[in-house]
Each structure stands twice: as structure tokens, then as C-alpha cells.
Ligand binder design. Structure first.
Ligand code: ADP
Ligand code: MG
Length: 236
């Protein structure tokens, strides 16, 4: 299977406007996002830097449709995420967005290959297509020979490669990577960052990465900074 078949879907524009998120707990209210305006063009790779607690994961979760905003708009292509029904969001998360996490998010009892097949089976793809795509995705991330390994038999860098392949399983338009190198040494962090960048540059995906690692951020062509729930001008 060649690259063209592996990725039929191009990226997508993201437009976030006046986005707020207040977490209400019994004890307090936390204003995690305070009126964020943010846009990404289809096929761009964008990195967002900021200290712990500034709202990076909250922003990613809202764009990814895993949590609801308090107010504001999030359009991803022609879809308005803030008003999409829960059922619509399920489809959106399964088919349109790929998430890459700091802790890889692989099922520990399943092989790399089985991990990759899972979201494709959930999406209703034929068994043969799941198999072919899982092979092609492992090949893409340089792990064609490690498909039968379970996560605990792979290094951190290898697990994150599987994590990226997993995020790409259903050919999403958008990749959201939340501290994808947070658990990796410097060499693996660079490799993973380059892999994410190539998915925008060579495959036309929209890629948004958040991180507090300046070395990874610096590899991205477009970078933003966040502080205390909003975007701020970058010191340079
Ligand atoms: P970052 O990813 O930049 O470290 P987060 O988006 O995780 O920041 O958190 C932003 C703020 O919101 C922090 O003050 C955090 O404590 C708070 N927060 C995040 N998630 C929750 C939650 N589920 N309930 C209450 N507060 C939360
Ligand atoms: Mg975070």
C-alpha cells in the first residue's frame, strides 16, 4: 500500500475565537482559558509553548472535542465543535482528529499491530484494510519489524512512534500532540518532533503540538506562546 492510499485526507483550517473554559469544583472555579483567539491553516504545523498550568491541554482537549468550552467558538473545517452533539463528537474524535499524548496511550496487553487495528475496527473498516493499514502505518514510522511487540517490549521512542501511527489510523485531517516528547530523551524527542513535522510538510495534515520543551518548539515553523489562559507575544 502506498502513501497516497494511506492518506487520502488533507488537513483542515482551525479557527478558535473568544474561547473560555472555567473548571468548577466544589472548592473553587479555575479560569483555564480566558478568551483565546487562535487560527491554523490547513497543512500547517504549529507549536504552542507555555509553562505548566497555562491552559495548553485544556485548549487541545477543546479543539479535540473531548471537553466542552464554557463559551466561544471552535471551527474545524466546516464543523463548529462547540455546538456539535455528543454523538457527532464521537465521530469527530474517531475520524477527524488524531491525538498524540505524553504517555503514548497504548493498550498494554495488545501488540503494536493490534493497537493500530483497534480504532480502524471501531470505525468499521474491513479486516483486510485494517491489516494493510496497520502494516503501512508501522512502516511509515519505521517500525515495520516490531508489530508483534507489546508496548513494554518497546523503548519510549518506539512507543511514541506507535502512538503517532495510532493517531493516524483513520486518516484524520488534524493531529493534536500534547507534550508528545515529555517522556523522551533528547534524541528521541527530536526524532518524534521531526516525524510530526513531516506529516504536515509531506502529507498535508494540520499539526498542532503543545509543549514546554523549547528545543522541540524551535523545530516548528510557526510558534506561539501561552501564559495564564491566553496567548501572549513571544520573547525573542
Ligand atoms: P497545561 O496543559 O498548560 O499544564 P491545563 O490546561 O492542564 O494546563 O490546566 C490549566 C488550568 O486548569 C490549571 O490551573 C489546572 O489546574 C486547571 N485544570 C485543568 N483541568 C482541570 C479540571 N479537570 N478540573 C479543575 N481544574 C482543572
Ligand atoms: Mg498539559
Amino acid at each position: 500500500m502506498d502513501n497516497v492510499t494511506l492518506f487520502a485526507n488533507q488537513g483542515v483550517d482551525i479557527n478558535v475565537s473568544n474561547l473560555t473554559k472555567v473548571y468548577k469544583t466544589a472548592a473553587e472555579e479555575v479560569s483555564a482559558l480566558k478568551g483565546v483567539d487562535f487560527s491554523v491553516k490547513s497543512g500547517q504545523a504549529v507549536a504552542i509553548m507555555g509553562p505548566s498550568g497555562c491552559g495548553k491541554s485544556t485548549l487541545m482537549n477543546l479543539i479535540g472535542g473531548v471537553d466542552n468550552p464554557t463559551s466561544g467558538n471552535i471551527s474545524v473545517g466546516d464543523q463548529e465543535i462547540s455546538t456539535t452533539t455528543e454523538r457527532g463528537l464521537e465521530q469527530y474524535r474517531l475520524l477527524k482528529v488524531g491525538f498524540v499524548f505524553q504517555f503514548f496511550n497504548l493498550v498494554p496487553t495488545m501488540t503494536a499491530f493490534e493497537n493500530l487495528e483497534l480504532p480502524m475496527m471501531v470505525a468499521g473498516k474491513e479486516e483486510a484494510e485494517c491489516r494493510e493499514r496497520a502494516h503501512a502505518l508501522l512502516d511509515l514510522v519505521g517500525l515495520a519489524h516490531k508489530g508483534e511487540k507489546r508496548p513494554d517490549q518497546l523503548s519510549g521512542g518506539e512507543q511514541q512512534r506507535v502512538g503517532i501511527a495510532l493517531a493516524l489510523a483513520n486518516d484524520p485531517q488534524l493531529l493534536l500532540a500534547d507534550e508528545p516528547t515529555g517522556n523522551l530523551d533528547e534524541k528521541n524527542a527530536t526524532n518524534i518532533t521531526q516525524l510530526l513535522l513531516s506529516l504536515a510538510e509531506q502529507n498535508g495534515k494540520t499539526v498542532v503540538m503543545v509543549s514546554h520543551d523549547p528545543k522541540c518548539i524551535a523545530q516548528f515553523p510557526i510558534t506561539y506562546a501561552m501564559r495564564d489562559g491566553n496567548f501572549v507575544a513571544q520573547e525573542s
